[in-house]
Design a protein around this ligand. Structure first.
Ligand code: SF4
Ligand code: MSK
Length: 640
């Protein structure tokens, strides 16, 4: 086994130890079995875009410096990274498209199981498109908005309307640079076209298209997905719940939802405590039904229903290895096909539900929105029926932690504005006055290539200590929740004095859970609202703010990073992007790109140094804005 097994999380530590004793498969074993991984791939120097290849570039020795077609390391690495962006943008944007279709169904089908739960949010969203809904009843309005927003995906002229909600200075810059996304699907298609053999070979021109494709996600597909999810399922408001494997109950039917899209899991959350279903569970010998979530489906239903978080990305098979998961039902993204090998050793039923994601060894119960309640009921009943099939190999780690989660761009700062006033003024004043040093978005996955959660926890704690308020999404949120960083009292334990005062005054934790990885668009909104509130510059790139994904792994994370960079954010990741085989491309992404878009990439594998680089950047922006010195002494004082 790898020596990366020093887990900060006691539940994971216990379960991985048990897995070793029982010879159960884990992600860490599979990672170990892949070593050494391909160095060409790691550096971005392999290409298989045509059958004259595959080609690889020798970065050090006397081997070839170009592919069969003559493509250089710069071209190959740039083409590869923007294909990663296209995949990430597609994943988020397809999710956003599906939610748009749910809204359309609400508009067209009088018997639809969904409704618009937050009409104010829908109206605010519709206003971006000049739609008021005046005189229209709910369904007609839902249809009108859905039809308009669906044009954003496939329109043949103009640019994305929703991207114009970025700060005006940013929109102007994008227009000058030719970065305004034209339509969501078009940018992805054009990226695939340009990276076909014999098309675009200029690395900067490729990256420009990559950024436009990423912006089509962050300020397009993801933002539409987040806003319409809020309209349909409800805009989150802070609530209290629990996180980690210890949320499961031995005497209950445990049903784990996993993936990203909340359309099915939201209905499961709504109906799972219906008397008929609970009675059925009791008839099978259980005391009730316990829902829990993994990955971003977990974040979605935690934010809106308080359903506890069972674990993050890296804990998906460990949940099954407790022996008490009667069903794991999955939708799309971040689900390991390898779960089937674990499930073979237990009674757990694995169920796929999306026609886009079938997996060997999983039962398929296809979800369809026109029968949402009926299918969700069938799924819960199947989980209940499986309860008596448990075998003796059961162990739930007695580890869980409380959290306050469910902050949206509206609710987080409604809080900061006080009970009756929704305004960003107090937040801006706290930054201007030196109580809060700056803002950080810390987000993203975990990866077996580094010590699990060490990156997230080190970066976040170092930022808090230095009075940086942290907004979190995705699996970083689950990690922060599991480690007690999302309890309001956490400010007293981890935050500097200035941040403590702000958290205490408004009753928020120092790390704000802002949702799933789709919901990084909420962080874009927060930054936009801070700019609009005034006093901190005209653009996102003026703000004392930075972003980090210390343990990233997915193509979505690459896309998210690029849309933050293209929005003007200093963006730090742990393991470098697979571009290091091209010095020119690496230098550009971590250097000169900042002169063009105001943001850049930083690769930093030392997590303390990663946090310090973010703070140095925050200080540089504070200085440029001529803000007051910090009110209280700061532990990290960058050299002058
Ligand atoms: Fe090789 Fe060029 Fe084909 Fe890529 S596109 S596989 S570098 S010949
Ligand atoms: S689930 S993309 S591991 S954050 Fe969104 Fe977590 Fe990353 Fe998947």
């Amino acid at each position: 086994m790898s020596n990366n097994l020093n887990f900060a999380d006691k539940a994971t530590k216990e379960m991985v130890k048990r897995a070793g004793e029982q010879n159960l498969p884990t992600i860490w074993n599979r990672y170990e079995a892949q070593q050494p991984q391909c160095g060409f791939g790691d550096l971005g120097l392999c290409c298989r875009h045509c059958s004259m290849g595959p080609c690889r570039i020798d970065p050090f020795g006397e081997g070839p410096k170009v592919g069969v077609c003559g493509a250089t390391a710069d071209t190959i690495a740039a083409r590869h990274i923007i294909r990663m962006i296209a995949a990430g943008s597609s994943a988020h944007s397809d999710h956003g498209r599906d939610i748009s279709h749910t809204l359309l169904r609400i508009g067209e089908d009088p018997n639809c199981d969904y409704t618009v739960k937050d009409m104010n949010k829908l109206k605010a969203f519709a206003a971006y498109y000049g739609l008021t809904g005046d005189g229209k009843e709910m369904r007609a309005f839902a249809k009108e908005v859905a039809e308009r927003v669906l044009q954003e995906f496939g329109q043949q002229s103009g640019t994305l309307k929703i991207a114009e909600t970025a700060p005006p200075a940013r929109v102007k810059l994008w227009k000058e640079l030719g970065l305004m996304p034209r339509s969501i699907d078009r940018e992805v298609v054009e990226t695939m076209h340009r990276t076909h053999i014999g098309v675009d070979a200029d690395y900067k021109n490729l990256i420009k298209q990559g950024m436009r494709t990423a912006l089509a996600d962050g300020w397009g597909g993801s933002m539409i997905g987040t806003d319409l999810s809020d309209a349909v399922f409800g805009t989150p408001n802070p609530l209290t719940t629990e996180a980690n494997l210890g949320i499961m109950k031995k005497d209950h039917v445990n049903l784990i939802v996993h993936g990203h899209e909340p359309t099915l899991s939201d209905i499961i959350a709504v109906i799972s405590q219906k008397k008929e279903l609970v009675d059925k569970a009791k008839a099978k010998g259980a005391k009730g039904i316990q829902l829990g979530g993994i990955c971003c489906t977990a974040n979605e239903i935690m934010m809106r229903h308080g359903i506890p978080l069972a674990g993050s990305y890296m804990q998906q098979e460990l949940a099954i290895q407790t022996g008490v998961v009667d069903m794991m039902v999955v939708d799309v993204q971040c689900i390991w096909p390898g779960l089937q090998e674990t499930a073979k050793c237990f009674h757990t039923k694995l169920v796929t539900t999306s026609p886009k994601a079938k997996m060997p060894g999983f039962e398929h119960i296809e979800f369809s929105e026109d029968r949402a309640v009926a299918i969700a009921t069938q799924i819960i009943e199947t989980a209940i029926d499986n309860f008596p099939n448990r075998n003796g190999n059961q162990y739930i780690p007695d580890v869980k932690e409380q959290l306050v989660g469910g902050f949206s761009a509206e609710s987080a700062f409604h809080f900061l504005g006080g009970k009756y006033r929704s305004t960003y003024r107090p937040l801006n004043d706290a930054i201007i006055g030196g109580r809060i040093r700056g803002l950080a978005g810390v987000i993203g996955c975990s990866n077996p290539n580094m010590e699990y959660e060490e990156g997230h926890l080190t970066v976040v704690k170092e930022l808090l200590k230095n009075d940086v308020l942290v907004a979190s999404t995705g699996c970083n949120s689950i990690t922060c929740a599991k480690h007690g960083l999302m309890r309001p009292e956490a400010a007293f334990q981890y935050a500097g004095k200035g941040l403590q005062e702000v958290c205490q005054a408004v009753g928020i934790p120092p790390v704000l859970h802002m949702g799933a990885c789709l919901d990084n668009s909420r962080i874009l909104r927060v930054l936009t609202n801070v700019v609009a509130e005034g006093g901190l510059g005209d653009d996102i790139s003026d703000l004392p703010a930075a972003g980090a994904a210390p343990e990233w792994m997915s193509e979505k994370a690459v896309c998210i990073g690029f849309y933050f960079v293209a929005s003007g954010v200093y963006t730090v990741i742990g393991k470098p992007l697979p571009v290091m085989g091209s010095k020119a491309l690496t230098d550009y992404l971590t250097g000169d790109i900042e002169k063009e878009v105001g943001g850049k990439w930083v690769f930093e594998e030392n997590h303390i140094e990663a946090a310090h680089k973010m703070i140095r950047h925050i200080d540089k922006k504070r200085k440029a804005l001529k803000l007051k010195p910090m009110l209280y002494e700061q532990p990290f004082k960058p050299e002058a």
